[in-house]
Design a protein around this ligand. Structure first.
Ligand SMILES: [Zn+2]
Length: 308
């Protein structure tokens, strides 16, 4: 039997009918309705109702959602992208509307599980994934299971502190990995670097995106290359911390910023190795994530299957 996968973001709900092996039979995109989780669940149920006629009943649904979520209870504490959704029992709401078993987890955890089952983490037992974008997220698989922690909130790799008293972070802290390598910080660093690099294409800086920095790096722009290398160097410190604590077989790096590829990953591998206590730990593979923006909804489906 198939599975219904759903990825709820602030703007859109991505959803689809997925086979037990992760093949996408049909997928769709709905605008996230105003009216909170009940309205969203009703919309998803309507979409699913239309597809059931063609594809039959789904055996379960996996719901990925941005925000602080207790994945064990299927409870959303709060989501910066979904105002009015605070303290929502998503598992209960979607289960009632859909009439099938529902698994709920944080969108990053779902993406990590997707990568673990059918992407960059295939074949491992101990796996970590980090997503780099506006924010920096993470998720952890230990001995073949997604690790949730005591309150379901484990894996906040973006908020471990790299530089005490460093730049302010979205969480209210300072010097977190996210404060150093979130996309806004990368853009700010690029502008600074370009200002002291004669002839840099990045000199006009306002509104600069990481994609533009990457494009400039591909054309050999020294300030762009330096900015991405510094991003990788800081990421590498964070990865070394993760490796010391978890000793994973592989760490996948995904998200929009990771589109800069080896301009970030090579310096990250080098910096990580410099910070590791022993050569043996550097057996960990630092690899690009493979599932792109399908990772959360595919991972949610695979997680629903796992929890059945
Ligand atoms: Zn933080």
């Amino acid at each position: 039997m198939n599975i219904l996968g759903v990825d709820i973001g602030g703007t859109n709900v991505k959803l689809g009918i997925v086979t037990e092996k992760g093949g996408i039979i049909e997928h769709g995109l709905l605008p996230t309705p105003a009216g909170g989780p009940e309205a969203a669940a009703a919309k998803v149920a309507e979409w699913y109702g239309g597809r059931r006629k063609h594809h039959g009943d789904a055996r379960a649904a996996g719901i990925a959602c941005a925000g602080l979520i207790d994945g064990v209870r299927g409870f959303l504490y709060t989501s910066p992208n979904l105002p009015g959704w605070d303290n929502a029992p998503l598992g209960e709401i979607f289960g009632r509307r859909l009439g099938i078993p529902v698994a709920v987890d944080n969108d990053v955890n779902c993406a990590v599980w997707g990568e673990y089952v059918m992407g960059a983490g295939r074949g491992t037992r101990h796996f970590v994934a980090v997503t780099l974008g506006t924010g920096v997220g993470g998720g952890i698989v230990i001995d073949g299971r997604l690790y949730h922690g005591a309150q379901g909130l484990a894996g906040e790799i973006g908020h471990h502190v790299i530089i005490e008293g460093g730049p302010p972070c979205s969480c209210g802290g300072r010097g977190c990995l996210e404060a150093l390598i979130g996309s806004a910080s990368i853009a700010a660093r690029a502008v600074e670097t370009a200002a002291r690099t004669p002839g840099s294409r990045l000199a006009l800086g306002a509104g600069l995106t990481v994609r533009e920095i990457h494009e400039a790096a591909l054309l050999g722009d020294a300030a762009a290359v330096e900015t991405l290398a510094e991003t990788g160097r800081l990421l590498g410190i964070g990865l070394a911390n993760v490796v010391h604590i978890l000793n994973p077989e592989a760490i996948a790096v995904g998200g929009g910023v990771a589109g800069a590829g080896d301009f970030i990953l090579e310096p990250a591998r080098k910096s990580m190795k410099e910070h590791l206590i022993g050569d043996i730990l550097s057996a960990v593979r630092i690899v690009p994530a493979e599932l792109g923006n399908m990772a959360s909804f595919l991972g949610a489906s695979m997680l629903a299957l796992e929890k059945q």
